[in-house]
Ligand binder design. Sequence first.
Ligand SMILES: NC(=O)c1ccc[n+]([C@@H]2O[C@H](COP(=O)([O-])OP(=O)(O)OC[C@H]3O[C@@H](n4cnc5c(N)ncnc54)[C@H](OP(=O)(O)O)[C@@H]3O)[C@@H](O)[C@H]2O)c1
Length: 273
Amino acid sequence: METSHPYAASPPPTAAVGEATRRVALVGGGAGGIGAAAAAALLEARHRVVLTGRTLATLKETASALGGDTDYLVCDLSDPAEATDLVAEVQSRFGALDVLVANSGGPAPGRVLDVSDEQWHQDLNLLLLGPLALMRAALPAMAERGFGRVVVVTSTAVRQPQPELASSTVLRSAATAAAKLASRRYADRGVTVNCVAPGATLTPRRVAILRSRAQAAGIHLAAAVADDQAEIPAGRPADASEIAAAIAFLASPGAGYINGTVLTVDGGRTEST
Ligand SMILES: NC(=O)c1ccc[n+]([C@@H]2O[C@H](COP(=O)([O-])OP(=O)(O)OC[C@H]3O[C@@H](n4cnc5c(N)ncnc54)[C@H](OP(=O)(O)O)[C@@H]3O)[C@@H](O)[C@H]2O)c1
C-alpha cells in the first residue's frame, strides 16, 4: 500500500496484547510501601497484579486489602535463582508477564568505607543481580509478544550521592546502567525498560532511615524529620501513591516511546536537572 511517510514499515508505537486481555503485572516488594502503592495504581489501570515479597502473611494481607485481580507469590528477590523461577511461575500461571516492577527493600545505611564485604555482596544481590535476573527472564517473552514494560525502582541517590546510604548510591547507579543497557535490547519490539528514582517517601523504610539518622546524630526523631523536610522544596515527603503514579505511567501503553530513562520523583529535592 502507498503511504505518505517513509516510516510505514515501523511497528505501531503501542503494539500490544489484545485490549480485551488484562495485562499481567508482577510487583516486587508488593506487600508494603512503594510496591503496594504501585500495585494499587496498576489495579486501577486494569492490570492483573501479582505481588511478591518474602513474607506470606503480609502478602496475603495486602492482596486482600487491595482486592480485585490480585495474587501473590513468595520470593526473595535477592536470590537471582528464585527471581528467575518466579518469572517462569508467573508466565505459566497467568499466561504472560507484561509489566515488571523490579522493586524490593533497601539496603542498610552505612558509609562507603564502613560497609563490610559481606554486606556489599548481600546488597549486590538485592539491588543488581536480583533485578537483572528478573529482566533476563522476563524480557525475551515480552519481546515475542510485542509488548513489555519494566520499571526498576531505584533512588535519587543515583543523581545525588547520599553519603550515609553508600550501598544504595553505588549499587543503584550500577542497576541504572544495567537498565539502560537492557532497554536497548528489545526496543524495536515494543519493550521498554525505565527507572523511577524516588526521593523521601513516607513508608516503613523511610521511618527506619530517619530513626537511624536521629540515633547517629543523637537527636529526637522529630528533629530528624524536620531536618529532612527542610531539604525538600515541596516541604513534605512523597506519599507512596505519588511514586506509584510514575510507575503506572511508565507501565502504560502511552509511555511506549520513553525508554532507558530515569524519572526522578522527589518534590524537587535533587539539585541537578
Ligand atoms: N521510602 C523512601 O523514602 C525511598 C526513597 C528512595 C528509594 N527507596 C527505595 O524504594 C524501594 C521500596 O521502598 P519502600 O520505602 O517501599 O520500602 P519498604 O517500606 O521497606 O518496603 C519494602 C517491601 O519490599 C519487600 N522486600 C524486602 N526485601 C525483599 C526481598 N529481598 N525480596 C522481595 N521482597 C522484599 C518487603 O517485604 P518483606 O520484608 O516481607 O519481603 C516490603 O514489602 C526500596 O528499594 C527503597 O530503598 C525508598
